[in-house]
Design a protein around this ligand. Structure first.
Ligand SMILES: Cc1ncc(COP(=O)(O)O)c(C=O)c1O
Length: 409
């Protein structure tokens, strides 16, 4: 007999399904946005933690950073003001920046001030799962705009906005990941950014710009942020240290005009995000960020090349993907008969974890035979072996790929 209290009848009716217990990490993990452990700057962070804590550690005795106020560590926000200006062209002050617990909290806060059940938002058709799931939970209708090799298609966006207008619907915002999109890794060029802003302004719809991969462009040359290019101020920008330093730190940020920031702040009711992380990042990033990022980009590009080679070798022409300009993913198209929602379980049983396409898209038919593979976490050897194991499973389940390196399976 169980002596466990029965919470079931008391639970809210609209909860997501119960979580499974953690069953350990898969041998070949191509899921999530994990970074490269071998490249993690342990020594630099140890030194930064030592000096920051010795100098400022006493402030940990306070809530909300004492004199720094509720928007987060002042030094970190000052670093961001400089970085956002020099990289993304954003002119802002520390009052426009709120440090959050990862950019997931930034998503929640921006959604929290703008969205109600029944609202409509416009997003890229293939999109970050964390964003899609949030709209589903909030009861928000997400209209997906197709992408091409240069990101969101502006002609399709224009048609969608016109359709919505005809139906009397004003979308709450256009959510976009313009700078190394997740999952396609496309980069929206500057002229499309200008066209997007023009359309948004014409329809009086703000833009929600999610820029967490912006540091991972191979040649380091990014187009200016939508926030920087906007002449009417209708853009909220979020970013993160998860991809540039490490996701376990849980440090992200929101950049917003004060009118919106002043409405967001009362919703952040957690008495501030973790302070040690912010102190250490502020200490580390000012002198080391550029050098760290340059090395990280090189390492990621080499892993991307290894994954491309492994896919070409193991899947041949059965796996199609773009030649990405940055990021940590490949968005792979397999032949139409492959259903990646059905590939996922047998692959996991063989030790290979993949992200099935339909979880990263609002168009389930279009994404059925697509999958997202992250190459940042596994080693080069694991990438080769994991892709080979995946090809075996895919062949067994779907007869694809049929031939590998001219050898019939
Ligand atoms: C587009 C996008 N936004 C937000 C996040 C959330 O990242 P974090 O909370 O680690 O900053 C991710 C994570 O992968 C992402 O891909």
């Amino acid at each position: 007999m169980s002596n466990a209290f029965d919470f079931a009848p008391l639970l809210r009716p609209d909860l997501p399904p119960a979580a499974p217990k953690f069953a350990g990490a898969p041998k070949y993990n191509f899921t999530g946005g994990h970074g490269d452990q071998d490249q993690f700057p342990v020594d630099g962070l140890v030194a930064a933690a030592n000096s920051a804590l010795r100098r400022d550690g006493r402030t940990l005795a306070t809530y909300g950073f004492g004199i720094d106020g509720p928007q987060g560590h002042r030094g970190l926000r000052e670093f961001l003001v400089k970085k956002l200006k020099s990289d993304a062209g954003i002119a802002c002050t520390i009052d426009n920046i709120l440090i959050t617990s990862g950019s997931l909290q930034a998503l929640d806060l921006v959604n929290g001030v703008l969205l109600s059940r029944g609202d409509t938002v416009v997003i890229e058709r293939d999109c970050y799962q964390g964003t899609i799931n949030r709209y589903a939970r909030l009861g928000v209708n997400a209209i997906g705009i197709p992408l091409d090799h240069d990101g969101m298609r502006i002609d399709a966006l224009s048609n969608a906005l016109d359709d919505l207008k005809r139906s009397g619907v004003r979308p709450k915002f256009i959510y976009t990941i313009p700078t190394i999109h997740n999952p396609t890794c496309t980069i929206l060029p500057q002229d499309r950014r200008a066209a997007l802003l023009k359309l948004a302004q014409a329809h009086n719809v703000p833009i929600f710009e999610d820029d967490c991969y912006c540091d991972l462009i191979w040649d380091g040359k990014r187009p200016p942020a939508l926030y920087a290019m906007s002449s009417h101020g209708g853009v909220v920008h979020i970013g993160s240290f998860s991809k540039s330093i490490g996701p376990a730190l849980r440090v992200g940020y929101i950049v917003a005009p004060w009118e919106l920031m002043s409405r967001i702040l009362p919703l952040k009711q957690d008495a501030g995000s973790g302070a040690i992380e912010q102190m250490v990042l502020a200490e580390y990033c000012s002198p080391h960020f550029e050098e760290r990022i340059a090395k990280l980009r090189q390492g990621l590009r080499r892993k991307r090349d290894t994954m491309k080679e492994a896919l070409n070798e193991q899947f041949g022409t059965a796996a199609e993907f773009d030649d990405t300009k940055g990021g940590m993913f490949l968005w792979v198209k397999l032949p139409d008969n492959v259903d990646t929602m059905k590939l996922y379980q047998p692959a996991l049983a063989a030790g290979v974890a993949i992200n099935p396409g339909p979880e990263w898209s609002v168009d389930k038919a279009h994404s059925k035979s697509r999958m997202r593979l992250c190459f940042a976490g596994p080693t080069h050897d694991e990438i080769r072996k994991g892709v080979a194991a995946l090809a075996e499973v895919c062949h067994r389940e779907f007869g694809v790929p049929t031939r590998i390196s001219n050898v019939s399976r």
